[in-house]
Design a protein around this ligand. Structure first.
Ligand code: FES
Ligand code: FES
Length: 164
């Protein structure tokens, strides 16, 4: 049975009329037209559907919409700055050519943002550990690691300058 569910996504409030057991990913893509999160395995195993839930990176393909209505959801689209510029992690992925096929990219970027919000200077081991939940089949992993390191440097120097 459908229900009226209100949720906060990328700072905006939305009300959708859906089955409360519908996965968050379906609501994002099919109702809110937020196509950054991708459908890969549908089993919370590949990471392509990652979103930030109160700042933590989680797969959205098995999350019931009813269980997230009081939490803040941020998708890839919500990472853009207010002036429309890219988030430092997105910028670094472009500059390091870590954005390859675009399918796992969503999970890589979201996971990197979550990691850097907790630890602005992760070592390579921490980067690997945090991003290993996202499966990439294209061999872009070494460039992804470089991109996360670059974003880490950017965020660290912005923090020193008091910009973040
Ligand atoms: S589609 Fe959600 S983890 Fe694979
Ligand atoms: S860049 Fe990740 S699967 Fe292709």
């Amino acid at each position: 049975m459908k229900a009226s569910i209100t949720l906060t996504v990328n700072g905006n409030t939305h009300t959708v009329d859906v089955d409360p057991s519908m996965p968050l990913l379906y609501v994002l893509r099919n109702h809110l037209e937020l196509n950054g999160p991708k459908y890969g395995c549908g089993l919370a195993q590949c990471g392509s559907c990652m979103v930030l839930l109160d700042g933590k990176a989680v797969p959205s393909c098995l999350l019931r919409i009813d269980d997230v209505k009081n939490l803040k959801v941020t998708t890839l689209e919500g990472l853009l700055r207010q002036d429309g510029g890219l988030h430092p992690v997105q910028e670094a992925f472009v500059q390091q050519q870590a954005a390859q096929c675009g399918f796992c990219l969503n999970g890589m970027v979201i996971s990197a943002v979550a990691l850097l919000s907790e630890n602005k200077s992760p070592d390579e081991n921490a980067i690997r550990t945090n991003l290993q939940r996202v499966l990439c089949r294209c061999g872009a992993q070494s460039r992804v690691i470089k991109a996360v390191k670059q974003a880490s440097h950017t965020l660290t120097s912005k923090a020193k300058q008091g910009q973040e």
